[in-house]
Design a binder for this molecule. Structure first.
Ligand code: AGP
Length: 620
């Protein structure tokens, strides 16, 4: 939920830290700060607001030094403010810390430290970590340990983190120990970049691009010591060990805006290509099925699966709901989608022949990671459908399927959703063909999938019309999104998009469900977005739409090209190409993504960095 960077080497640290924070800003942007050590002095610059505010502060008050840490924050404890921003100082300034995670027992630790005379300036759990490390450090010195020895510092950090309950990704500097950066991980990701005479620390590989391709991902209960001359890994249980060095793929090309005004719009328009990437090499036309390289389960093992659980959060949960319908329709395997935060603690009666898929764009969502670990602990084959290679969930899963959608920078997920749905369609095809699906049926699905990139390209042509519609509806305060069967998840997803970037209240419902209560909300000030492409229950959807119109509710309808009836019924109609019902989520979600984007722009919202949110929710 926050982004951490660190640098130790021979170059000025400040600009490297600042650029790293810019690349991590999607993880949180309530405040940002850096600490740099130079000749035994810690210089800290930190400020509420985005990284750009910090850059302006550094222009006025530059810092020197080639050892530093930085942080961009999504507030968990303590509101966004200058004083609550990281880094935080411990003791009398001998320790400085940045932290991603939640120290759940921070208040009891804080009370204890206050009785020892430590003075707190902020209301964060991170300041508790800083003072506790400083306290352990001073205790070791009282016992005769060398205050300028890195071993003393390592022991102090180890003594402090043993007392934490919760999660942490920590970066720690000691004022009196030059050329020394220590980091520790439990539950919040950290990756090390290995340079020539310099080492980098970051919450993910983004800030490392351009500096190095050799990286080491920290595991839970690992601590790493970085100096300009090398790194040393320590695991709580196994002690010192050699690093497992990975080579980063070349930085994703096109990770800039490529001429678009916002990352969200760029990623919406990338979807024809990202759908192609999700299918690339995975369509087996000869066998009329799909193929995957990383499921790590044999066809025999997969045939023994008699239940599937799909788990995720937010948009990934919505993709999972589409996946539930797809797998049950094509593979006839009982499937359910569970909110990860619920699954983690609900303890449903799953059998050993239940397979679990964690669906996640970032691969770092704490709720999803925790749910996946719980399922693995119980012996279920647990796979990941994920976009970020090297992410924690991707590395800890028993296998999985990557989206290959490229970096999704906009906080509102768009291309990841359609790629997740594409992958789930391929999975349903594969599982179906392992069971009772016929060869011709498999061929038809492959043919329909191959037509989807062009169908999405054609759908994107509605953008100008969406701008006009957005002008008419940007001042409404409440929306209903209504769809049935495969378009019910699309209704949920469309409502979430509008909520999270325009801050308008919107609710998605199965269209028929609206009669059982929500219709009481309908009046002239409550538009309903009806997802009503042709399908076998189209007449029922029309009835639901008429019920809304009878109560003077404005209606924006998504319809198939040529549907003149909706022209008469709805106030606005956006036409989309006809596609098979089970592929309609790939097409119908596009206008809704654009609608939320255009309305948010008209409302002056920050579409790539909406308030209160972050791209990767790494706290439970
Ligand atoms: C979607 O637009 C939101 N940003 C959010 O709901 C997101 O889908 C959710 O936090 C899950 O993230 P993940 O896919 O990276 O696990």
């Amino acid at each position: 939920m926050c982004g951490i960077v660190g640098y130790v080497g021979f170059r000025p640290a400040a600009e490297i830290l600042l650029e790293g924070l810019r690349r991590l800003e999607y993880r949180g942007y309530d405040s940002a700060g850096i600490a740099v050590i130079d000749a035994g002095e810690i210089s800290i610059r930190k400020k509420a607001g985005r990284v750009q505010e910090l850059a302006r502060l550094l222009e006025k008050h530059p810092v020197n030094g080639s050892l530093g840490i930085g942080h961009t924050r999504w507030a968990t404890h303590g509101q966004p403010s200058d004083i609550n921003s990281h880094p935080h100082v411990g003791g009398n300034g001998e320790v400085v810390v940045v932290h991603n995670g939640v120290i759940e027992n921070y208040s009891i630790l804080k009370s204890h430290l206050q009785t020892l005379g430590y003075v707190f300036r902020s209301s964060t759990d991170t300041e508790v970590a800083a003072h506790l490390i400083a306290h352990e450090f001073s205790e070791l010195i009282k016992m005769g340990e060398d205050p300028e020895s890195s071993n003393t510092a390592i022991q102090a950090v180890e003594a402090a983190i043993k007392q934490f309950k919760g999660t942490y990704g920590l970066g720690v500097l000691f004022r009196d120990i030059p050329d020394f950066l220590i980091a520790a991980r439990l539950g919040s990701p950290l990756v090390i970049g290995m340079g020539q005479g310099e080492y980098f620390l970051a919450s993910d590989a983004g800030p490392l691009a351009g500096h190095t391709q050799e990286v080491v991902y920290l595991s839970d209960h690992e601590l790493v010591v970085l100096t300009s001359q090398g790194m040393q890994l320590h695991h709580r249980d196994t002690g010192k060990h050699a690093p497992d060095v990975q080579v980063l793929a070349q930085a994703e090309s096109g990770s800039g805006l490529n001429g678009f005004e916002h990352y969200m719009l760029k990623e919406i328009f990338e979807q024809p290509e990202t759908i192609e990437n999700a299918m690339r090499g995975r369509l087996d036309e000869d066998e009329a099925t799909a193929k995957f390289g990383g499921l790590n389960l044999t066809p025999q093992q997969l045939r023994r699966i008699d239940r599937i659980v799909l788990t995720g959060c937010g948009t990934s949960w919505h993709a999972g709901l589409v996946g539930e319908y797809l797998i049950e329709e094509f593979a006839r395997i009982p499937t359910e989608v569970e909110y990860a935060s619920e699954l983690r603690y609900r303890n449903p009666p799953l059998s050993t022949s239940t397979m679990v898929f964690a669906i996640t764009q970032s691969g770092e969502t704490a709720d999803t990671l925790a749910a996946m670990r719980e399922c693995k602990r119980k012996g279920h084959p647990t796979l990941a459908i994920c976009n970020v290679v090297g992410s924690t969930i991707a590395r800890e899963a028993d296998g999985g399927i990557f989206l290959h959608a490229g970096p999704e920078v906009g906080v509102a997920s768009t291309k990841a959703f359609t790629s997740q749905v594409t992958v789930l369609t391929l999975l349903a095809l594969y599982l179906g063909r392992l069971r009772n699906m016929s060869y011709p049926a498999g061929q038809r699905i492959i043919s329909h999938l191959q037509a989807m990139p062009d169908a999405i390209r054609k759908t994107l042509e509605c953008h100008d019309q969406i701008k006009d519609i957005a002008q008419r509806y940007c001042d409404y305060d409440n929306f209903l999104y209504l769809g049935r069967l495969y378009n019910f998840p699309v209704a949920l997803e469309g409502a979430l998009k509008l909520k999270e970037i325009s801050y308008i209240h919107a609710e998605g419902y199965p269209a028929a469900e609206m009669k059982h209560g929500p219709i009481a909300l309908v009046d002239e000030r409550t538009p309903s977005v009806f997802i009503a492409p042709r399908g076998h229950i189209y007449p029922k959807v029309m009835s639901n739409l008429e019920e809304i119109k009878a109560r003077k509710g404005p209606v924006i309808a998504l319809a198939c090209e040529g549907d003149a009836k909706l022209d008469q019924l709805a106030d606005d109609v956006v036409y989309v190409p006809f596609v098979e019902e089970y592929l309609q989520p790939l097409v119908c979600s596009i206008p809704l993504q654009l609608l939320s984007y255009e309305i948010a722009l008209l409302r002056g919202c920050n579409v790539d960095r909406p308030r209160n949110l972050a791209k990767s929710v790494t706290v439970e």
